[in-house]
Design a protein around this ligand. Structure first.
Ligand code: AMP
Ligand code: MG
Length: 407
């Protein structure tokens, strides 16, 4: 049996280099950029109006006010998207819309509210003295051509998608999310919706794994429920190992007489890196590799399965697609934490913020079969092996669940 720390080190050493792929911008959400993005042009690309109004020469508006307006000759109307090269001379102005190119000769825009309005034909009254640059968005004032916009390794969010679109990127090079296969094994398992016979239970691990994996953008290429029977396991695993980056086996890796997963994996040439970690829950965790495929055998108890995914598989999914796993945070215990003298202990729980500090409390349901302990939890709390329970006030490590809100 190895420690949690050692298990992490072993897994870490087996994660292959991320691969890259180019995909359409619209499907790049939450991917990690595999290229540095530089501005393909200055932004704004050209001087343009920040307001609907009139483009003027400031010297023509000298001394203008509501009581003492200045009259300018209206020569042209420029709308956003206009390609015309316009020019104004002394005493002239142009009607201009937000985003439209500022005509040559103009050095300010007076917004329409400070004029006699758009319903004019030949001349317009200007009610204020304009300052040079008023309401003009200057070319390059936001970004110069070739400046770095987004660093390689950035996770693509709404802001990044917007900036990529602004600069005309329709495709982006990202680190490829890894292909995952999952299966649950157990003769007692039935899928929700099917009637239960005596001794049977519903398979909750596959739906949980589906939900968790989706958060990290990894395609699930095979998902199945397989009987505790070496032939069925071998048929599924042989294909899954060939086609997947990660294979997750839920159940069938413990000491039970019908726990065949390890034997079948060995038969298929999988190299075992560890089996059994000094932790509660999740002690029978298995980790192996077959060429570049990583195989996790996670115990079938629903709490163990969920927690093992979050602790060991989530970081791999994140890192293999070029990202980083969120750091664990520290929070102060509000109730005692039941430690285990020999094992690292994980429990679902809650973290919240109070007067600027973070506090936490483990769930009251401690069994690894009690999945209702995950209801309303926003984190997994953990404690290293300890012969005494950790008292209230101890700072402990907290792994936030996907989408956690600290209330
Ligand atoms: P195992 O790891 O196969 O020894 O299973 C440990 C416990 O978890 C047993 O009580 C199983 O019935 C239960 N279990 C195994 N797989 C699942 C699953 N997919 N969904 C819910 N419970 C499961
Ligand atoms: Mg079983």
């Amino acid at each position: 049996m190895i420690s949690v720390k050692k298990a992490h080190h072993i897994i870490q050493d087996c994660i292959p280099e991320p691969r890259t792929v180019t995909i359409p911008l619209e499907s790049s959400s939450r991917s990690v950029l595999a290229q540095e993005i530089r501005a393909s042009f200055p932004q704004p690309r050209f001087d343009n109006s920040a307001m609907d109004g009139f483009a003027v020469r400031t010297q023509d508006t000298a001394g203008a006010s509501k009581e003492n307006s200045v009259e300018l000759k209206l020569t042209v109307t420029i709308k956003a998207g206009s390609r015309e090269q316009c020019k104004i001379q002394a005493g002239e102005c142009a009607r201009i819309m937000t985003g439209a190119p500022v005509p040559e000769g103009a050095d300010a825009v007076v917004m329409v509210e400070n004029t006699s309005g758009f319903n004019v034909e030949k001349t317009v009254e200007i009610f204020m003295q304009a300052k040079q640059g008023d309401n003009i968005r200057l070319a390059g004032e936001e970004i110069q051509k070739d400046e770095i916009l987004i660093e390689k390794g950035t996770e693509i969010d709404a802001g990044a998608i917007g900036v990529l679109a602004t600069f005309g990127f329709d495709n982006v090079k990202i680190f490829k999310p890894v292909d995952v296969s999952i299966f649950a094994t157990g003769d007692e398992l039935k899928d929700p919706g099917e009637p239960l016979s005596p001794g049977e239970i519903y398979n909750s691990n596959l739906p949980v794994l589906h939900n968790l994996i989706k958060n990290y953008g990894s395609p699930i290429i095979h998902a199945n429920s397989v009987k505790d029977n070496p032939e069925s396991l071998e048929a599924f695993l042989a294909q899954a190992l060939k086609e997947s980056d990660i294979v997750i086996a839920s159940g069938g890796v413990s000491m039970g007489k019908y726990d065949y997963v390890r034997d079948v994996l060995f038969k298929l040439g999988v190299k075992e890196h560890f089996w059994k970690v000094a932790q509660q829950p999740g002690k029978p965790l298995f980790f192996g590799t077959a060429e570049n495929t990583l195989i996790f055998g996670i115990p079938g108890n629903p709490v163990s399965s969920y927690i093992c995914f979050m602790e060991y598989i989530r970081p791999v999914l994140m890192q293999w697609k070029g990202g980083r796993s969120p750091e664990k945070i520290k929070a102060e215990l509000k109730t005692p934490f039941p430690a285990n003298p020999e094992k690292h202990r994980f429990l679902f729980g809650n973290v919240w913020s109070e007067n600027g500090s973070l506090f936490c409390r483990p769930t009251e349901k401690l069994g690894s079969h009690m999945l209702t302990s995950a209801l309303n939890a926003n984190a997994i709390l953990e404690a290293e092996p300890n012969s005494r329970d950790l008292p209230e006030g101890t700072m402990i490590s907290v792994n936030l669940l996907p989408g956690a809100v600290l209330t």
